[in-house]
Design a protein around this ligand. Structure first.
Ligand code: LLP
Length: 447
């Protein structure tokens, strides 16, 4: 089984009825670091990275002189220096969408040549920072950006390699797959705008080198067919642009999106299976459209980091509605995991000290934030719960901390990395002073 098909971290075990992750007792972690606590399992990250590398190994063999498969981790899923170190050591580069992500990677000592900058409204300030940091690729999204990047590359006398972000007319989410000639999207050039974009980039050929094209068709994808349709469109487009403009584009970024198993009914495909399917489709299209095997970038975020993450909470108050729901409240909620309230996302959970106990009670896990919508899990069967129990919610590595807020002026939780029975703090818990550190009281209001 692939790591993205587990509901729990790869190293999750039960010892004496207690959940351990990375060889660490979750009860010890909760005691030492307090809750809420994000726990990240290093082994899960490494194993999923290795699965991607091995699934695409045979594509690399097509040209021993050039690394044809270049995986990038989509930093937006969770951008933390310590984790970037791990992911980079597994041969991944990085997809970034902001100056903050680029800065985090730079400060962590990541090779900036492995960084791609993506996004539909990169600011001049962000592009300047990216130019100074000498990042590897820009995914140029729109005409405004072509102009801006042209100006800035001249100003700083920097040559850059770019991909053209296109909207391929495919949108694929877990249960929803649309393929039309035209998708209403804020990202990238529509197919009918591509030639004009290429012409504009070619005008600034001294500074901007177009290397290939880029697309991203969705997130939490379970269906392999949409990737195959995407490949057909991208390869056809590369071949067409090359012929029309006499170019040799040889890079293709397929975006991210592979799904994970949040709950038992989720059925994401295995990484090896999707890798094999992608390679076969590529081979077919390379032949059909007569191009050299292009460099392939993929940029998974969720499938790299989601399963590695588990959040620990302490259970506090409980409320039984007469003949209705039993609410069990935890010390976190929508500020550390906004996904249930934003997307009605579903999660699995356990009481970490009652792992083998009978699941006898149906409860609703409520967050501590002042909104009725702050419900982490609706109607879950759990063992008999007492205040003080530690609840773990699985699969919280992706888009939890990265979308966390300080709603209700609550400090963001800490994050620890676990591996081989060792735990290391990788993000300190925010303090009350952190919360107010950016606030200013004007002199005239003092006293
Ligand atoms: N590349 C591009 C251009 C993207 O826009 C994204 C995600 C990815 C890669 C990574 O996709 P992934 O492999 O993680 O699915 N906040 C939402 C997810 C938003 C995804 C946005 N783009 C959530 O919590 O489900």
């Amino acid at each position: 089984m692939s790591t993205n098909q587990f509901t729990k971290p790869a190293t999750a075990k039960v010892e004496d009825n207690i959940l351990t992750i990375g060889g660490c007792k979750t009860t010890d972690l909760a005691k030492q670091y307090k809750t809420p606590l994000y726990v990240i399992d290093e082994e899960s990250i490494r194993s999923v990275c290795r699965e991607y590398q091995s699934a695409f190994k045979k594509y690399n063999n097509k040209n021993p002189n050039k690394k044809l498969f270049r995986p990038l981790y989509a930093s937006k899923a969770l951008c933390v220096g310590a984790l970037a170190k791990i992911i980079s050591s597994e041969g991944f580069g990085f997809d970034t969408v902001s100056m903050g992500e680029i800065y985090t990677l730079y400060k962590a000592g990541i090779d900036m040549k492995t960084v791609l900058f993506n996004g539909n409204n990169k600011t001049p300030e962000e592009l300047e920072l990216a130019l100074k940091a000498d990042i590897g690729r820009y995914s140029v999204d729109n005409f405004y950006e072509i102009e801006l990047l042209s100006e800035l590359t001249k100003k700083y006398n920097k040559k850059v390699d770019v991909l053209l972000r296109i909207t391929p007319g495919i949108e694929c989410h877990t249960h929803d797959y649309i393929k039309t000639g035209q998708i209403d999207s804020k990202f990238g050039f529509d197919l009918h705008q591509v030639d004009e974009a290429v012409e504009k980039i070619l005008k600034n050929y001294e500074y901007m080198h177009i290397k290939g094209i880029h697309a991203h068709i969705g997130s939490q994808i379970f269906e392999d067919k949409c990737y195959y349709d995407e490949i057909e469109i991208l390869v056809e487009e590369i071949s067409r642009i090359n012929k029309k403009f006499g170019l040799k584009l040889d890079e293709m970024n397929m975006g991210g999106g592979l799904g994970v198993k949040y709950v038992k009914t989720d059925k994401p495909p295995a990484i090896e299976e999707i890798g094999n399917g992608i390679i076969s489709k590529l081979e077919e299209c390379i032949e059909k459209y007569g191009i050299e095997p292009p460099v392939i970038y993929i940029e998974p975020g969720r499938s790299i980091i989601s399963t590695a993450g588990t959040t620990l909470y302490t259970i506090g108050s409980m409320k039984q509605v007469l003949n209705g729901t039993k609410y069990v409240s935890v010390d976190g909620g929508m500020a550390d995991n906004p996904r249930p309230s934003m997307y009605q996302a579903a999660y699995e959970a356990d009481i970490v000290t009652k792992m083998n106990d009978e699941k006898a009670e149906k409860v609703t896990i409520a967050g501590r934030f002042c909104e009725s919508g702050d419900i982490l899990i609706k109607d879950i069967m759990l063992p008999k719960i007492e205040s003080g129990d530690i609840l773990c919610v699985y699969n919280t590595g992706a888009y939890n901390y990265s979308m966390a807020s300080n709603y209700n002026s609550v400090e963001k939780p800490a994050m620890v990395l676990v591996n081989n029975s060792q735990s290391d703090m990788i993000i300190n818990r925010e303090t009350l002073d952190d919360l107010i550190s950016k606030q200013v009281i004007p002199d005239r209001l003092k006293g």
